[in-house]
Design a protein around this ligand. Structure first.
Ligand SMILES: *[C@@H]1O[C@H](CO)[C@@H](O)[C@H](O)[C@H]1NC(C)=O
Ligand SMILES: *[C@@H]1O[C@H](CO)[C@@H](O)[C@H](O)[C@H]1NC(C)=O
Ligand SMILES: *[C@@H]1O[C@H](CO)[C@@H](O)[C@H](O)[C@H]1NC(C)=O
Ligand SMILES: *[C@@H]1O[C@H](CO)[C@@H](O)[C@H](O)[C@H]1NC(C)=O
Ligand SMILES: *[C@@H]1O[C@H](CO)[C@@H](O)[C@H](O)[C@H]1NC(C)=O
Length: 274
């Protein structure tokens, strides 16, 4: 009678032993595999804690390869740990590149430094930086280069500053896919012949389109009215012609700064609509 539970106990001991042996086997196997294939599985955690992530480093190398950098502003872009490169910032949590802060000196009023700018092409290898939140390429010299469409696929972007960097051509409507965007500064000689894409950027707080040619855009007011978080709206020198309906900006309750100067409005703006 008392034998049965003893048997069960013995059986469960055997089970534990088999389980332990199996565990040992699988782990032992894993260990052998990972130690022979240098880094991949065994050291993944350590890799992300120390240097930058390898494929993001490659993305930066590809980006640099498309650039012209006569003043050697990116001379620190060498070595394994791209998180230590000038203008590159990685998350302290997971080491992903989250910020690229590479403004040039093209806006300086100093003859000695104003030629220290980046130019050339913006390589699509930037797409490797999928965790990028902040991109600042302002005051550089991308003469005649268009704002690349693929920037609209860097979905984590919150801040884009491409102002005063000589970009030309049409602003890609793909930027409307960046639903986290808070700050967008495209002040430059670009143009847009339809701005409905802007109305999807409902988190936008700062919008600067100074000098962007919006002469073909008629219904810009309803678009701005879809951006209820806007605090700053600069539409100076945008060749805007219509101002009727300014009263409809009823949604912009957070607005703190507004610049509509140097446009071609044919009607007077009555200041009391504020
Ligand atoms: C990661 O590996 C480096 C050597 O490559 C070592 O110095 C460091 O202590 C390791 N870090 C952790 C958290 O294991
Ligand atoms: C930029 O792209 C154009 C057209 O593909 C090419 O002719 C030019 O050499 C490129 N510039 C650089 C710096 O790679
Ligand atoms: C980009 O860099 C310029 C120059 O340092 C700075 O004035 C500007 O505020 C930066 N833009 C953003 C969005 O931080
Ligand atoms: C991005 O936007 C464009 C044009 O607005 C659209 O055609 C495209 O499907 C969007 N792509 C994604 C991945 O959302
Ligand atoms: C106000 O903004 C919200 C959110 O973007 C939008 O759904 C709504 O249509 C806007 N109202 C008007 C009058 O444009």
């Amino acid at each position: 009678m008392a034998k049965a539970p003893m048997d069960k106990l013995l059986l469960s001991h055997i089970h534990v032993a088999i389980l332990a042996a199996l565990l040992l086997l699988t782990h032992g196997k894993g260990f052998i595999e990972s130690s022979s294939s240098s880094s991949s599985s065994c050291c993944h955690l350590n890799d992300t804690v120390t240097g930058c992530i390898a494929h993001e480093r490659s993305a930066l190398v590809g980006f640099k390869a498309g650039l012209l950098d006569p003043a050697n502003l990116l001379s620190s872009w060498k070595g394994d740990d791209c998180c230590k490169w000038k203008g590159v910032y990685c998350s302290s949590r997971n080491n992903h590149v989250v910020k690229l802060d590479l403004p040039g000196h093209g806006c300086d009023h100093n003859d000695d430094t104003m030629t220290q700018v980046l130019g050339g092409n913006i390589s699509s290898s930037l797409l490797g930086l999928q965790q990028l939140k902040y991109l600042n390429l302002s005051c550089n010299g991308f003469d005649g280069v268009q704002i690349p469409k693929f920037i609209g696929s860097l979905h984590k972007l919150r801040y884009i500053d491409l102002s005063m960097s000589m970009f030309t051509g049409r602003i890609p409507p793909q930027l409307g896919n960046l639903s986290s965007l808070r700050y967008l500064n495209l002040a430059s000689n670009t143009y847009s012949n339809g701005i409905t894409w802007l109305s999807r950027l409902t988190s936008l707080e700062h919008l600067d389109l100074t000098f962007v040619d919006l002469s073909t855009v008629v219904h810009w007011l309803p678009v701005m009215n879809m951006l209820p978080s806007l605090k700053v709206l600069y539409l100076r020198n945008c060749f805007l012609r219509t101002s009727s309906g300014l009263l409809q900006l009823s949604n912009l309750t957070s607005l703190e700064r507004l610049d509509l100067s140097a446009n071609n409005f044919r009607t007077y703006i009555t200041p009391n609509w504020f």
